[in-house]
Write a protein that binds this ligand. Structure first.
Ligand code: IMP
Ligand code: MG
Length: 201
């Protein structure tokens, strides 16, 4: 790829390197990797302070939260425990879903635990309300949610989140764990996805 000019819409942005610089589906950066790193460190400090006397059980929601979970867990200076669950939502690749179901349960007994759910992104809020109901049914002592991203203005119900990384406009985004058809999860920045690969805005 060396010697090839980056795509016009990416000029001025920090080069992502390799294949990424020539993929027309990758739009402008919404949250860059440096900003993510700073914010994750802040969230880690806040969670460390809030849970000082009751180290939480972190429950990551697969697959989208896997990178955020890994970074956040290392930013929390407490003896946390880690578990993972997987849920699937029905719908097309880039539109909000109507239904949600559990694909993989947690392995840990949640009764009496201080559970902190780690989520990638809240769009319609349907997944979040499913998660809340699902987790409360396991009778934890407390339940809070840490979402890396919240899309502004799309939630039909009130969402009550203890920890939010960034509030972003309602575009479909990729990177830092977020995918389209299982791709782009390893993109280090969070970028707008361009379905048609157009270079214009
Ligand atoms: P909700 O149920 O509509 O809030 O959607 C939440 C789930 O949809 C997230 O956990 C993601 O898996 C997926 N999702 C929503 N918006 C995006 C996006 O912009 N990029 C990638 N995945 C998304
Ligand atoms: Mg997804």
């Amino acid at each position: 790829m060396t010697g090839v000019e980056p795509l016009p819409h990416r000029q001025g942005a920090d080069p992502l390197g390799g294949f990424w610089d020539h993929d027309a589906h990758i739009g402008p950066v919404v949250v860059g990797q440096d900003e993510i790193r700073r914010r994750v460190a802040e969230l880690g400090r806040q969670i460390t302070a809030d849970y000082a006397d009751k180290p939480p059980l972190l429950v990551g929601v697969l697959k989208g939260a896997f990178i955020f979970m890994a970074d956040l867990a290392r930013a929390i200076k407490l003896p946390v425990e880690i578990d993972l669950m997987a849920i699937a939502s029905y719908g097309s690749d880039t539109t909000a879903s109507g239904g949600v179901r559990s694909m993989k349960d947690v392995d840990t007994d949640l009764v009496g635990r201080d559970v902190l759910v780690v989520e990638d992104i809240i769009d319609s809020g349907v997944t979040l309300s499913y998660l809340r109901r699902y987790m409360w049914a396991h009778r934890p002592a407390s339940l809070e949610v840490c979402a890396l991203l919240v899309k502004s203005g799309l939630q039909r119900r009130k969402i009550d989140l203890r920890y939010i990384g960034f509030t972003i406009p309602p575009d479909f985004v990729i990177g830092y764990g977020l995918d389209v058809d299982q791709r782009y999860r390893n993109l280090p920045d969070i970028c707008i996805y361009r379905p048609d690969g157009s270079t214009g805005d």
